[in-house]
Design a protein around this ligand. Sequence first.
Ligand SMILES: Nc1nc2c(c(=O)[nH]1)N[C@H]1C(S)=C(S)[C@@H](COP(=O)(O)O)O[C@H]1N2
Ligand SMILES: [Mo]
Length: 326
Amino acid sequence: MRNPLQQYGDHPPSVSEITPREVFESRRDFMRQLAVGSIASASLVEMASREAFAQATGGQKLAAMVNPAFVVMDKKTTYKDATSYNNFYEFGTDKADPAETAGSLKTRPWTITIEGEVKKPITLDIDSLLKLAPLEERVYRLRCVEGWSMVIPWIGYSLSNLLKKVEPTGNARFVEFISLADKRQMPGVNSRVLQWPYTEGLRMDEAMHPLSLLALGMYGEVLPNQNGAPVRLVVPWKYGFKSAKSIVKIRLTKDQPRTSWNLSAPDEYGFYSNVNPEVDHPRWSQASERRIGEDGFLSRKRKTLMFNGYSEVASLYSGMDLRKNY
Ligand SMILES: Nc1nc2c(c(=O)[nH]1)N[C@H]1C(S)=C(S)[C@@H](COP(=O)(O)O)O[C@H]1N2
Ligand SMILES: [Mo]
């Protein structure tokens, strides 16, 4: 199968997408609404099932300070949708596969190595990563190249904190991100749907941009396995596939790295992959999107925003033809 994303580009809504929107999301909202007496009993049921789901998946609490500079006002996607509708091909190509099969991933002990064009290469375990910089909660839009989007409260810190620590050399122009590829733990790695390990990349200035997030948690908890535990990248102005999950290696390089999706379909998935409503995928329009959890009609009408709404990154691309550099 040459282009595995194809079959998901324009599929009918699943049951989870047509369930009513939750009345509230965070505990903060919950307490506030409880105080003003506006909580409906249905919400209490939703709250209870969300807690039960978190417990069933082993969700361990992770404390973080909200960083209001990085919080979009859009309604957050429910925890259930964000953790049961996933792309994580190491665990299968169906949206439901990762939630069903990623339980086998052992996320501790885990190390991440940062090497290449750096003065101080380093290998860190997860506890060291958790302590490297203050953990922030940031609410980002996530736009998949397939034409759907979510709004997720991540926990982490700017990737720049980690990159500064290893002291990049003057030759470091790109950053390569490499995910775990372990056949024993990841059934999808036995298939040839992509070249393994899953590899992604950013230009150095993109990686150093404060929006580029090294994520260790979401929704107040450590990352669920299906969302890329124990550590992943989140680059909110680019299509979701740039945000590599379950990273084991970060390599700073002189040359632009090859990336898994670009290798699999170079005419469809470029290196930059900035969200751009004006540059269509060869097989579908990128002008609009379906917000997971929203009513189907409304959702299909949602206009995709340039750079997914993160226009502050535009200066990174001044003078570049974004049609050519898709
Ligand atoms: N290692 C790895 N990372 C990955 C993927 C993958 O298949 N493998 N899928 C990508 C795609 S296409 C998207 S849209 C996002 C989805 O992240 P989420 O499941 O947390 O919403 O993860 C990205 N990171
Ligand atoms: Mo995606």
